[in-house]
Write a protein that binds this ligand. Structure first.
Ligand SMILES: [Zn+2]
Ligand SMILES: [Zn+2]
Length: 93
């Protein structure tokens, strides 16, 4: 079982015992969650415009335009509302 905090950290528990904790970051380009694993040797890119670490995916190497960012945020918001609606937690008024 893993508990993921998008802006904080990932806690992996086994049989109720915390077996690992990792810091996480949010990719500024795709809103993907980046798990920081010191010494993992994984390549991370740094966006100078966003002043943030990106997830390292090919499509995230180049910075997004303001419009693209707004677009992604809109999609992320819609997915979130969709998820809440599907699970019956949210009723559109
Ligand atoms: Zn990304
Ligand atoms: Zn950027």
């Amino acid at each position: 079982m893993a508990i993921l905090h998008p802006h904080g950290y990932l806690i992996i528990t086994e049989d109720g015992v915390t077996s690992a904790e990792h810091d996480t970051l949010l990719c500024p380009h795709c809103q993907g969650i980046i798990v920081i694993q010191p010494g993992s040797g994984k390549r991370r890119d740094y966006c100078l415009k966003c002043k943030a670490v990106t997830c390292g995916k090919k499509e995230c190497r180049a910075c997004l335009t303001f419009e693209q960012k707004q677009d992604r945020q809109r999609v992320a918001k819609m997915n979130h509302i969709h998820f809440l609606t599907e699970s019956g937690l949210y009723v559109a008024s």
